[in-house]
Each structure stands twice: as structure tokens, then as C-alpha cells.
Design a protein around this ligand. Structure first.
Ligand code: CP
Length: 319
């Protein structure tokens, strides 16, 4: 049977089928090995030009996209809003059209507005990959989280994953919810009522009001950062209060019926949503998530460029 194509753009996991998500995860598997080689390069995207257009701060996503592109032998250009003509008022579409006039092939975009990636994808010919848009989705983060869970548990179907913290402002939560539920996981969300979206039940998740309940129920906790930069109202009494009521601590995890896998997309607020001894502890896969991010992004770039899932036969040896 032919592999399901991904289409022109990757704007989220909501529009993807379970088969398309599995295709990306399966394509990422052999790409993991490329990053372990002394010469971390395959010629899969040789001749392709990719622009990384970041309108918001990023460490993991921006750098791992750039590594992924370089390891696939693409030519890359990084554009930030500061230092570009965006700071003079040029629009997103004008910026992208000017880049396209220089004959680029793909745009990776992070933007503060929900829907920015889709908006751009409808207006330019190049492939567009969403690297996080407002509160909407962060699909490659969702994919790398799911890949990390699959690595540890062997499967996603039937897995119980609790997403804890600031769900309201989190594009990571949305991409995890869409991806995990499509693959048959049970998903719960846990956080203060002020940080849960009003329609959260419509996303097919259970709401667990107490972190203790999430710890009793789950196989894995995906702990989210409080997005203080997106909070323009009094969502919380204080960060200390948040840690006291919702913090993921060694003491709380000691009461779990089993060892829970601990994920966090980063950046972490140590001592707020997660304590350092948990983040750095034996059940944390926070750094393996980052490692998987490169392989997942290589897979997405490769597939959108029209690559075949059996890439080792297509691209062969080391550059
Ligand atoms: N997880 C994540 O998106 O991190 P960055 O903001 O550093 O890219």
C-alpha cells in the first residue's frame, strides 16, 4: 500500500490522520542514527533552500530545525524579526513573498499569532512548517514527545498520558492531545481551572483537578511551563503557590503506584512546575526529547520535500 502523503504544509497534528502521524514517526527512526555518526550528513535535501523565520524566541526548535536541515544537506537561512525589515513594519506575507522571489523551497515559521502558519501556507508556493503559532499548535513538538513515549513504552495505544500545567496558553498541549488521541492514547489534563481552556472536554480529554490524581492515574506526565509572557491577567496567586499545589516533586512522585515517565518540552521553570531533582532524575526523558526533535524534524522536512519513507534506499551513504 502506498504511504499517505503529508500534503504541502505541516500546520498541526489536528489535520493529520493516524497513518500520516505514524509515517512521520517511522521515517524519523532511521534519521536518529544519522545524528550518531561522526559525519552527520546525508544528501537527501541537497539543493533545497530553507528559511527559518522566527518571530518569537526559541532555543530547541530553531536550533534543531537548523541541525535537521544541515544534516539533510539543505541550504539554510535564519531570519528573525529583529534585524529584518519586519521591524520596519513589513508584513508576514510580504516578507515571505520576497524570500520566495529568491527561489526558496521551504519556510519554517514560529509566530505569536494562532493560524500564522496556515495563513502563510495558503499564500506562498513553498512548503510551510509550523514551528509554533500562538496558542494553536506546535506539531513537531507533539511529534517528538510522541516519539519519545513510543521509544520508552513500545506503543502509544492504551497509554495514559497526563499533560500538566498551563494548558490554556499551550500549543504543545494541543498538538499532544491531537496526536496522542489519534494514536489511541488516553489523555488527561491537569492544572488550575484558570489555566484550562473552557472547551477542553471537546478535545477528548479527561480533566484531573489535582496533580495527585494525575500522578495516580498516568503512565507518563508531560509537564508544561507556565507561559508567564502570555498571561495578561491574574491567573495565579503566585508562583510559590503554584509549586505548592501543582508542582511535580519527588515527594509527590514517591506516592505513585508505578514509576512515571517525566517529559517537559522546555524551557523549564525549575522550582515552579517541576523540581530540579525530578527534571534531572532517573525517570526524566527531557533531554532524549530534544535529541528526538532533530530526527522528527528531519523526517518532516524530508517527507514534505517529497521523499520516500524508505529514505535509506533513496539517499544512501554519507555525504
Ligand atoms: N519546546 C520548545 O518549543 O522550546 P523552544 O521555545 O526553546 O524552541
Amino acid at each position: 500500500m502506498a504511504a499517505p502523503a503529508l500534503g504541502k504544509d505541516l500546520v498541526g497534528l489536528e489535520p493529520l490522520s493516524a497513518e500520516q502521524i505514524r509515517l512521520i514517526l517511522d521515517t524519523a527512526e532511521p534519521f536518529k542514527e544519522v545524528s550518531e555518526r561522526p559525519i552527520k550528513k546525508v544528501p537527501a535535501l541537497r539543493g533545497k533552500t530553507i528559511v527559518n523565520l522566527f518571530f518569537e524566541a526559541s532555543t530547541r526548535t530553531r536550533i534543531s530545525f537548523e541541525f535537521a536541515e544541515k544534516r539533510l544537506s539543505a541550504d539554510t537561512v535564519n531570519v528573525a524579526s529583529t534585524g529584518s525589515s519586519v521591524s520596519k513594519g513589513e508584513t508576514l506575507v510580504d516578507t515571505a513573498r520576497n524570500l520566495e522571489a529568491m527561489r526558496i523551497d521551504m519556510v519554517v515559521i514560529r509566530h505569536g499569532s494562532s493560524g500564522a502558519a496556515q495563513f502563510l501556507g495558503h499564500r506562498i508556493r513553498s512548503n510551510v512548517i509550523n514551528a509554533g503559532d500562538g496558542k494553536h499548535e506546535h506539531p513537531t513538538q507533539g511529534l517528538l514527545d510522541i516519539l519519545t513515549l513510543r521509544d520508552r513504552f513500545g506503543k502509544i495505544e492504551g497509554l495514559k498520558v497526563a499533560i500538566c500545567g498551563d494548558i490554556l496558553h499551550s500549543r504543545v498541549a494541543r498538538s499532544n492531545i491531537w496526536g496522542l488521541t489519534k494514536l489511541g492514547a488516553e489523555v488527561a489534563v491537569c492544572g488550575p481551572a484558570t489555566l484550562l481552556p473552557r472547551n477542553v472536554h471537546e478535545l477528548g480529554v479527561t480533566v484531573l483537578p489535582r496533580i495527585e490524581d494525575a500522578i495516580q492515574w498516568a503512565d507518563a506526565l508531560n509537564v508544561l511551563r507556565l507561559q508567564l509572557e502570555r498571561m495578561h491577567a491574574g491567573f495565579l496567586p503566585s508562583l510559590r503557590e503554584y509549586n505548592r499545589v501543582f508542582g511535580v516533586t519527588t515527594e509527590r512522585l514517591a506516592k505513585a503506584p508505578k514509576d512515571l515517565l517525566i517529559l517537559h518540552p522546555g524551557p523549564m521553570n525549575r522550582g515552579v512546575e517541576i523540581d530540579s531533582d525530578v527534571a534531572d532524575g532517573p525517570h526524566s526523558v527531557i533531554l532524549p526529547q530534544v535529541t528526538n526533535g532533530v530526527a522528527v524534524r528531519m523526517a518532516v522536512l524530508y517527507l514534505l520535500a517529497g521523499g520516500s519513507p524508505d529514505w535509506t534506499q533513496q539517499t544512501g551513504g554519507v555525504d
